[in-house]
Design a protein around this ligand. Structure first.
Ligand code: HAM
Length: 437
């Protein structure tokens, strides 16, 4: 028998309701900010991620699940190399949502030259080949937003303000949330800063791990969040990006902070916050929950160069994504459940086979009126139908016995008070609606 893959989860019952609730909150809140929903394919060409996320990132180098059809796999195993494959044959499961949305925006020309910004949100599973542990899955769910075509620092601030409001609406105590922000500079000032950090790592090579020394050449900024404690200690003395920003980036960052201050959003400036994806420019941010032990519950930033990397015209972008599973865990650690109450229903009970067709008609009429309705399909006794009704959280039970059917009525039983009334069958729907109201 096949088994669920480690690091994946089945979503059903209360957990599914929690995921749906999170999407409902997102739809309401992001809708008020003018965002529309988008869904992109779960598989994309590898190049979409390599160009966008960056060849040297862990996500692309180590964590991307590659996809090959059976026939292609045979060919690959025979030839022992991918070199003969065309770009369209090299596919991967999406490890994150931004690169795919930007690819779609380029292909669909969502932001024509001089056009208005486009605001999109998504709620989708993502796939990363990470070592599974608490809050770290191989298939997880993100709610995210991407705002394309808005260079103004007010857009950065609005994204962050909306994100913090999202957590509040999900039930987080805002005082337990730690929002860290930083500016990563841009194509103008970052290359020189990168070189400084690279040189710093090389100067301290004897104190740093092998990974960091390798990173010095390909992605030196990642050493700021090396998993090795000692490396992070050494990096405390490394040059800070905020001391190396060009005037435009410094000005942009200052304005973002002004807007956040004006909106009363508290944040911590962390000049070592670098994020794991290469597309970021200028503002980056991440949110953690104190004491939850699940890592970041969300993060994002500006990516003004990504549209071009994906083959489009220069178009600024900013966005964020949050992880559903980590949010559910972090809320649970604060004693809050995202699940909401189990839905209630109306239960139609009948006393025997002769009343079955009256029960069938009543069930159908109630459902057609939009009332969640359940009935017995196992020939249970009336007593066990009542028990079943309780289990299903029925608020009203419609009872159809031989006397009721003969008289053209139904007995309505209020399941909390156990009060009963008889109503003409022709008025069933309205009378049930009145009881539910
Ligand atoms: P990210 O920081 O890689 O950013 O992921 C966003 C969130 O997804 C994380 O803060 C975390 O809550 C959740 N997450 C990430 N990896 C896992 C995992 N293996 N298991 C469970 N949850 C996970 C992005 O993905 C960017 N695309 C965000 C963005 C949008 N930036 C701009 N626009």
């Amino acid at each position: 028998m096949g088994q669920r893959i480690q690091g994946t989860e089945d979503l059903y019952g209360g957990y599914m309701r929690a995921w749906q609730h999170m999407q409902d909150v997102a739809r309401d809140l992001f809708g008020a900010y003018g965002f529309d929903m988008i869904e992109t394919p779960a598989i994309e060409q590898v190049d979409t991620f390599v160009h966008g996320i960056g060849e040297s990132t862990d996500v692309v180098r180590k964590e991307m699940f590659r996809v090959f059809s059976g026939a292609l796999m045979d060919r690959l195993l025979e030839s022992g190399s991918e070199s003969g494959l065309k770009a369209k044959q090299r596919m991967a499961m999406r490890p994150e949502g931004t690169a795919g949305v930007v690819r779609a925006a380029v292909e669909g020309n969502f932001v024509p030259q001089g056009g208005a910004p486009v605001k999109l949100w998504y709620a989708e599973p993502m796939f990363r080949g990470e070592r599974p542990q608490k809050g770290r899955l191989r298939q997880f769910h993100q709610v995210g937003v991407e705002w394309l075509g808005a260079p103004d620092p007010a857009a950065d601030a609005e994204c962050i303000i909306m994100l913090m409001e999202f957590y509040k609406r999900l039930g987080f105590d805002p005082s337990k949330l730690k929002l860290s922000i930083n500016s990563m500079g841009d194509a103008n000032c970052r290359p020189a800063y990168r070189d400084k950090v690279r040189q710093f790592i090389l100067d301290h090579a004897d104190e740093m791990c092998e990974d960091c020394i390798e990173r010095a050449e390909i992605n030196p900024l990642r050493s700021f969040d090396c998993k090795n404690d000692h490396c992070r200690e050494v990096m405390k003395a490394a040059p800070l990006v905020t001391d190396n920003l060009c005037d435009d980036c410094r000005d942009h960052y200052a304005k973002v902070k002004q807007y956040l201050d004006a909106a009363g959003v508290s944040y911590v400036e962390d000049p070592t916050l670098v994020r794991g994806l290469d597309y970021y420019t200028r503002t980056v941010f991440e949110v953690e929950v104190e004491g939850a032990g699940v890592g970041a519950i969300g993060g994002g930033g500006r990516y003004d160069g990504l549209m071009e990397l994906e083959g489009g015209k220069p178009t600024p972008g900013i966005g964020f994504a949050v992880g559903f599973e980590r949010i559910a865990l972090a809320l649970a650690s604060q004693g809050v459940s995202l699940e909401g109450a189990e839905p209630s229903c109306v239960y139609v009970a009948c006393t025997g086979a002769d009343e079955r067709s009256a029960a069938f008609d009543a069930t159908l009429a109630l459902r057609r009126a939009g009332i969640r309705t359940e009935a017995d399909y196992q020939g249970r006794s009336l007593k066990s139908q009542f028990k079943q009704a309780d289990k299903l959280h029925a608020r009203v039970c419609v009872v159809l016995g031989s006397d009721e059917v003969a008289a053209g009525v139904a007995t309505l039983r209020d399941m909390s008070t156990h009060e009963q009334v008889q109503v003409p069958i022709g008025e069933l729907v309205e009378r049930v609606q009145a009881l539910l109201a």
